[in-house]
Design a protein. Structure first.
Length: 281
């Protein structure tokens, strides 16, 4: 069964300010991405019986704000397919109460953080209550790591090395670094190899195929295929397009001396039981 650990739930353009919408044109080179989310479109572009983890996002600095009740309603309308995560922006007042409400009242089962977009580092002391809460309640935490198209979002806040300190202090929290932290894949691979509780997803990478090939070759050489989870980043791309892109990567090596990626490892990643790994089964 396919488990997409990285899918979005929002109303576009309602949940974004004008500045975010203007800058979003840089999300994919040469492609104007429609950020509209429709469940029927998602299902049409995925595999039969697939499951998806969905979240909105909160980042005042960048102009994105999706209330958790909206995500909960979206998930509750399609419980056979969707599992919802709450979001918080720790730079804003009341975030701890929002976290408890999202989990205890709305039934959302994990946490999504947009560290760079909101302008905070995940290892800051002010986030200790979040990591402590996630530990007590066995909530997985998925963080955006890697690049962005938003000018005011500080790259310093997105570096994978900051999760090293978190994983040392909170070893019982399942942590997922989104997008293999591109273009900081080396740091990402070093971090997931070091910590049993830290994983990475491969969402929104297939449309940069040579970069993804190099990233997965690092994964292969470091022996951490088992630490990768499949994700799409819908609506930026789809499950089917992501799977197709992954399966085509070795085609670039034909007629060259480049090594091939382990195709069995790629298939195992696509089919990985992410819900079991994250305690959500």
């Amino acid at each position: 069964m396919i488990v997409d650990v990285h899918s979005h739930a929002w109303q576009y353009p309602l949940h974004f300010n004008d500045d975010f919408r203007r800058q979003a044109c840089r999300a994919r080179a040469g492609v104007e991405v429609d950020l509209t989310v429709r469940f029927e479109d998602y299902v049409a572009s995925t595999q039969p019986g697939a499951k998806a983890i969905v979240f909105g996002g909160k980042a005042k600095l960048s102009g994105l704000w999706v209330d958790d009740p909206y995500v909960a309603r979206y998930v509750n309308a399609h419980p056979e397919t969707l599992i919802g995560f709450l979001s918080v922006d720790p730079t804003q007042p009341g975030w701890e109460a929002e976290m408890e409400q999202g989990h205890q009242d709305l039934g959302l089962r994990g946490i999504k953080l947009l560290s760079m977009y909101a302008g905070f580092r995940p290892d800051e002391p002010r986030l200790d209550p979040l990591w402590q809460y996630a530990t007590r309640h066995h909530l997985p935490v998925l963080l955006h790591t890697g690049t962005t198209f938003i000018a005011q979002a500080p790259l310093e806040c997105t570096l994978p090395r900051h999760l090293d300190a978190v994983a040392i202090r909170f070893p019982d929290v399942k942590i997922i670094m989104a997008h293999l932290s591109h273009p900081y894949e080396g740091e990402c691979v070093a971090t997931i190899r070091k910590h049993p509780n830290v994983y990475a997803d491969v969402s929104a990478l297939h449309y940069r195929p040579f970069q993804l090939y190099q990233s997965l070759m690092l994964v292969q050489e470091y022996g951490v295929w088992d630490k990768l989870l499949f994700g799409s980043d819908y609506p930026f791309t789809t499950v089917n397009a992501s799977i197709d892109g992954l399966r085509k990567l070795n085609a670039m090596t034909q007629g060259t001396g480049l090594p091939k990626l382990n195709e069995q490892a790629i298939e195992a990643m696509i089919e990985r039981d992410a819900l079991g790994i994250l305690g959500l089964a």
